[in-house]
Design a binder for this molecule. Structure first.
Ligand code: HEC
Length: 231
């Protein structure tokens, strides 16, 4: 009996979807899955920090929410980055990618053709990896005790929807902006990797991390060419 009900429920869904009128040439299998693979899959995958979006079946019920989230720039969480910060793992969507998602969601959410499905993505381990040895987790203002080459910042414990600006006040008095986030959710939990590692001399003061937050200063691997901040 239960099985029959389940089968009916599944059939029911299929019918609703089949009634969608397709008005777009954009399909999940060809365009959308490639965007998901490159911009969402680090979190939205089986076993990831959020529900999977890696198959049409997974993503279909979320189509409208996906459109809303990307238009509001809440997803991918890079929308929380404001004003400054230049990161090599920036996942923000391009205007073209936004347009493809909107067209797909508004145009009947077509699945497309299996033959267009790209190979499974090789996921960047950095999203899940632990901070490298020698990294420091900082709360409140912090003075660097011995020279430190900064590879990035990882908000690991932040109050829900925290907004703050992290800067480095160098011993010569110059101020180096590092990371400015707005309404960051702890559940997103991903590192911000600097485009170029930055030398922080002894005596540098890291400012702007709230006392009730923990942001990990990621240590660059030994031998990484560090650039000195523009003076
Ligand atoms: C760094 C991790 C991360 C990345 C990258 C990411 N998400 Fe998310 N997403 C999450 C988490 C965690 C949630 C759970 C809800 C929350 O806390 O915001 C979520 C929630 C969502 C939701 C549900 C929002 C709601 O209605 O509650 C949608 C839709 C979504 N993401 C779409 C996307 C899309 C599309 C992309 C890529 C373009 C993306 N996400 C990239 C972590 C991520």
């Amino acid at each position: 009996m239960q099985r029959t009900l389940l089968a009916l429920a599944v059939l029911g869904c299929g019918q609703v979807w089949a009634h969608d009128i397709i008005t777009t040439p954009i399909t999940f299998d060809r365009e959308i899955l490639r965007i998901v693979d490159s911009r969402c899959a680090s979190c939205h995958r089986p076993g990831g920090s959020a529900f999977s979006l890696l198959t049409y079946k997974d993503a279909r019920p979320w189509a409208e929410a996906i459109k809303e989230e990307v238009l509001a720039r809440r997803m991918p969480p890079w929308g929380a980055v404001k004003g400054f910060g230049d990161f090599r793992n920036d996942q923000a969507l391009t205007p073209e990618q936004l347009e493809l998602i909107v067209s797909w969601a508004d145009g009947g959410v077509p699945e497309g053709d299996d033959k267009d499905i790209p190979p499974a993505p090789k996921l960047d381990a950095s999203a899940a990896a632990a901070p490298p040895k020698g990294s420091l987790t900082v709360s409140g203002d912090f003075t660097v005790k011995s020279e430190f080459t900064l590879d990035g910042l990882w908000p690991q414990h932040v109050p829900d929807k925290a907004s703050f600006q992290v800067t480095a006040l160098l011993p010569d008095g110059s101020l180096q902006p590092l990371l400015w986030i707005e309404e960051y959710k702890p559940a997103w939990g991903h590192p911000f990797l600097l485009r170029n590692p930055l030398d922080l001399p002894k005596g540098t003061v890291i400012q702007g991390i709230p006392k009730d937050a923990g942001v990990t200063l990621l240590k660059a691997a030994p031998g990484t060419a560090a650039v000195n901040p523009a003076r």
